[in-house]
Unconditional design. Structure first.
Ligand code: ADP
Ligand code: MG
Length: 562
């Protein structure tokens, strides 16, 4: 019985012991839970609120210092590209000593932890094969024991927390659990902070880029605004993409007002592109630059308008760059020059022109005298009066020709038979040429195609050539005017003026079209310069052949129309 009691007592005591043990374990568990809850609270807050890597690491260090009794430790981060571990934070000690240190993949206990993705306790570090002693020898620290825990996010190791030398006793599994509890949120916090860093970097790169774009835009605008010509960038749909200040100022407005509007409205004041629009021609054509010169009432200017293609990377035309040069003043001066040269040429013919008028006047006088002398012979009177009327109309035609010629040239283009121009000029100069003992011969391969041009201007050119030929033959000679068609790079009407005069030395040939170049005491040196301009305006050109002492042939080439 006593034995039974004693056995029961024993049993109860054992239960008691167990209970005490269990209570102790429960208490320890509760403490640990409380501890990790505190850890979670602190670190959780950091994860949510702090996205800066530096302050995340500082907080983690504090939490470890408060909760784990160790001499030192470090947080190492894995470089994703090289798989090396770098020291991001040192618990105690000089951070700088570690700045350049890195562990290769798998090197040291930390490297092992990263590679094996698992925590480890190394109680006697110097004797462990994984231990990397080089760091201790550099820092002078003596590692005894190590606790390493991986930092894992989404199943990926991003680093390692490594604690060295527990102050009292050895590292235990409880320490592992606690450090793992710390490591889990820390890994997330670090990852967040890194993402934030990356975003910041991207954002600042983007800001940089935007600033560069903004700067480039300002430079670009500054550049086209510095150009005095009107500049418009236009897309395929005729919408203005950009326009410079010079152009906007012609319309008394600003570039911003014009951008987005159709170019035909801005340039021509129309609701659709006109048929001569160079932009439309470039976009619809093969893309070579187009250019026209015309008077644009909407801009109140004469403009030389050139459209250049803008191409996409694949070569397709996506718009045009248009340059409009204001040539109003240039044209006005040129017209004045043409006019004054014309008057000079007329002046050189003045003496013969007086003759030209005087001759019919004298004939008329004669007829009227004869009429009076035959007062009672009506049939004779009728004959003389008819003759006088004929002379009068010849005179009227001549004066009309003179007036036509000296009027400022309008530049209106029409289809003209080149022979008619030659005849008109010879009618004006005939007397003068015969005075100068110049024989005129016309070799005309009729019928010649017509040309398109301003008759008045072309007559001025021909007159200059006739006068130059005459002046090159002071003793008289022969002027041969020939017309023919030439098919060579197109179809041309070639009108040549060949004299048997003094000729031009090869060295002087290059100068004769220069303004004010003359070898004559009373020359203006403008005849050929003006003529050259007129012929260029007709898309034609000159050729000159000359031999000193033999003579000169000047040929005008004009495009044949029909
Ligand atoms: P200008 O007749 O007033 O001198 P131009 O421009 O008509 O001016 O001619 C320029 C120069 O070219 C002349 O001064 C002359 O030296 C030379 N020249 C032009 N035509 C001939 C020609 N048919 N024969 C010889 N020289 C010529
Ligand atoms: Mg001349």
């Amino acid at each position: 019985m006593t034995q039974d009691i004693a056995a029961m007592f024993d049993k109860v005591l054992t239960r008691f012991d167990n209970l005490e043990q269990e209570t102790g374990m429960l208490r320890a568990l509760a403490e640990r839970l409380a501890q990790s809850e505190a850890v979670w609270l602190t670190i959780g807050k950091v994860i949510i609120s702090d996205l800066e890597l530096g302050s995340v690491l500082t907080t983690v260090t504090q939490v470890i210092n408060e909760n784990m009794n160790v001499e030192t430790g470090s947080i190492l981060l894995l470089e994703p590209d090289t798989q090396e571990l770098t020291f991001a934070e040192i618990l105690r000690g000089d951070q700088k000593q570690f700045a350049a240190l890195r562990l290769r993949a798998g090197q040291g206990v930390a490297g092992w932890v990263a590679q094996n993705k698992q925590a480890v306790i190394v109680p006697d570090a110097p004797r462990d094969a994984r231990f990397f002693s080089a760091i201790d020898s550099q820092t002078g620290f003596q590692t005894r024991s190590i606790l390493g825990v991986p930092l894992i996010v989404a199943d990926q190791v991003i680093g390692v927390i490594e604690l060295l030398n527990k102050r009292e006793g050895e590292f235990t599994n409880a320490d592992v659990s606690l450090l793992e509890a710390i490591a889990a949120p820390v890994a997330i916090a670090i990852q967040n902070a890194r993402l934030r860093q990356q975003l910041d970097r991207q954002f600042s790169q983007q800001t940089d880029l935007l600033q560069k774009i903004e700067r480039a835009k300002r430079e670009w605008e500054g550049t086209i605004d510095a150009i005095e010509e009107g500049v418009l960038l236009v897309d395929e749909q005729c919408r203005i993409l950009r326009v410079n200040r010079a152009f906007a100022s012609w319309l008394n407005t600003t570039p911003a007002v014009l951008v987005g509007n159709p170019c035909y409205r801005a340039v021509h004041g129309l609701d659709a592109p006109p048929s001569h629009c160079p932009h439309a021609l470039v976009v619809s054509g093969q893309g070579q630059a187009r250019n026209i010169e015309y008077e644009e009432p909407h801009l109140r200017r004469t403009v030389r308008f050139t459209a250049y293609p803008i191409r996409a990377q694949d070569g397709g035309i996506i718009g045009t760059a248009n340059v409009l040069k204001d040539v109003t003043l240039e044209r006005r001066l040129q017209a004045q020059l043409i006019q004054s040269e014309k008057l000079a040429a007329t002046g050189r013919m003045a003496a013969s022109l007086a003759h030209e008028i005087n001759n019919p006047l004298q004939a008329i006088q004669g007829c009227l005298d004869l009429t009076q002398a035959n007062l009672n012979k009506p049939e004779k009177q009728t004959r003389y009066l008819t003759m006088a009327t004929g002379e009068l109309s010849r005179l009227a035609t001549f004066v009309q020709r003179m007036l036509d010629f000296s009027r400022p040239a309008k530049g209106d283009r029409a289809l003209i038979a080149p022979r008619a121009l030659v005849d008109d000029v010879l009618a004006l100069t005939g007397k003068r040429l015969s005075q100068a003992r110049v024989r005129v011969q016309v070799n005309w391969n009729d019928p010649l195609p017509r040309i398109k041009g301003a008759g008045n201007q072309l007559k001025q050119v021909f007159l200059n050539l006739v006068l130059n030929a005459m002046e090159a033959m002071p003793q008289g000679g022969t002027l041969t005017i020939a017309g023919r068609v030439v098919e060579e790079n197109g179809r041309w009407v070639a009108v040549s003026f060949e004299d048997s005069g003094v000729g031009i030395a090869p060295d002087d040939l290059k100068n004769i079209f220069e303004p004010f170049y003359t070898t004559k005491p009373d020359g203006t040196g403008l005849g050929l310069a003006v003529s050259h301009n007129i012929i260029l305006g007709h898309n034609g050109h000159f050729t000159v052949e000359s031999a000193v002492g033999k003579g000169t042939t000047v040929t005008v080439w004009l495009g044949a129309e029909e």
